[in-house]
Design a protein around this ligand. Structure first.
Ligand code: SME
Length: 355
């Protein structure tokens, strides 16, 4: 019997039995970024069971020693076939490498690894996976700071002797709480923009701008990468309703979304707020911008009939980017918008969904 591992058995072993597993290809720049984030030495690979494996020793962004990290170059691994790659694609939702798992969970691609390295979430994910000691993560953050990290406990900031970290530190925050917005100021601004206007597009455009800039002002660019509206429209000669792109701030996005799809579809279908801390674990999430890691979608309903009018969608490059307060205060904004604006009734053609 050969030592070759293939198919589900191969991936199951890698995903679940190691702290970090990254599937890469040799000449891929996004893979190089993921490898570099973990400090993989390109000259230190070995071949085991037909898999070309790098074992990084030190995470380059922090100098912290890593344990149990496996990086597999798929194209240089003789035991990997296309069926196995299909399985990876079905987990990640895309047919590109790198595909990165921490603690058995899919965490994204190369840019996601770089961003998590920069904002401090990577260290805490590595600690959760037992690839590094939690004390090492705190030590690094206390020494160098990190934009996504909470302030160090006072006893550590003022102490010149090494802290007894296992006793004095609080449990690691998986998703550091976002800074609160000034909702009084935001509501006043939005009132002045929309209360004397009834055109939906003018109002929605100003609301998306006011909310987006308020988030950026308080949380910086990691607070929001897309903020805007999809409106519910009936389809010609059909009982279907689809979500049609409306005014927004951010990169171009998919124009039409079925109610059966994505976080937006879920909010529209259930008429419930969807506050998703990690979009990669939301089945069917539609990634309009690969920078998004969390999302808040608020359904908009007619104030008297309860009819679905659309959704207000916010994407965030940080995990756990939106709070319950955001959901409730932005829900009030949506109610106001629906109360003063006239929504178009004309049916539209189905068009090319998700293009
Ligand atoms: N992520 C959304 C799609 C819309 S974009 O984020 C702008 C979803 O899963 O429905």
């Amino acid at each position: 019997m050969s030592g070759r591992l293939s198919g589900p058995r191969f991936y199951k072993m890698l995903e679940s039995n190691h702290a970090v597993v990254i599937y890469t290809k040799a000449n891929c720049s996004a893979c190089a970024r993921a490898k570099a984030t973990l400090g993989a030495d390109p000259h230190s690979s070995t071949v085991e069971n037909g898999l070309k494996i790098f074992e990084p020793r030190v995470a380059s962004h922090s100098g912290v020693h890593l344990k149990d990290v496996i990086i597999v170059d798929l194209d240089l691994s003789s035991s990997v076939d296309s069926a196995e790659f299909d399985r990876l694609a079905s987990i990640s939702g895309r047919r590109t490498v790198p595909v990165c798992f921490i603690n058995g969970n899919y965490v994204g691609g190369g840019d996601d690894m770089v961003r998590m390295g920069r904002d401090g979430t990577l260290l805490f994910k590595l600690a959760e996976a037992k690839s590094i000691e939690i004390e090492e993560a705190y030590e690094f953050v206390n020494k160098h700071g990190s934009p996504a990290m909470p302030p160090a406990p006072p006893s550590l900031e003022s102490s010149s002797t090494p802290p007894n970290t296992s006793e004095s530190l609080p449990p690691p925050p998986l998703h550091p709480a976002p800074v609160p917005l000034d909702y009084n100021a935001l509501h006043s601004e939005i009132d002045s923009l929309i209360l004397t206007e009834s055109d939906l597009y003018a109002n929605a455009a100003n609301v998306s701008s006011a909310v987006y800039h308020s988030i950026l002002k308080h949380r910086g660019p990691d607070g929001c990468n897309w903020c805007g509206f999809y409106f519910a429209r009936r389809v010609v000669d059909s009982d279907s309703v689809i979500l049609l792109l409306g005014p927004f701030q951010g990169k171009p996005a998919c124009r039409r979304i079925r109610l059966s799809e994505g976080v937006c579809g879920a909010a529209a279908r259930t008429r419930e707020v969807q506050r998703v801390e990690d979009v990669h674990s939301f089945p069917g999430h539609i990634a309009c911008d690969s920078a998004s890691n969390s999302e808040l979608v608020i359904p908009m309903l007619h104030p008297t009939t309860g009819e679905l009018l659309g959704v207000f969608d916010l994407d965030c490059p940080t995990f756990g980017g939106y709070t319950e307060e955001d959901a409730s205060e932005l829900g009030k904004v949506c109610e106001k918008l629906c109360g003063v604006s006239v929504f178009p009734k004309e049916r539209i053609e189905m068009g090319d969904i998700r293009h």
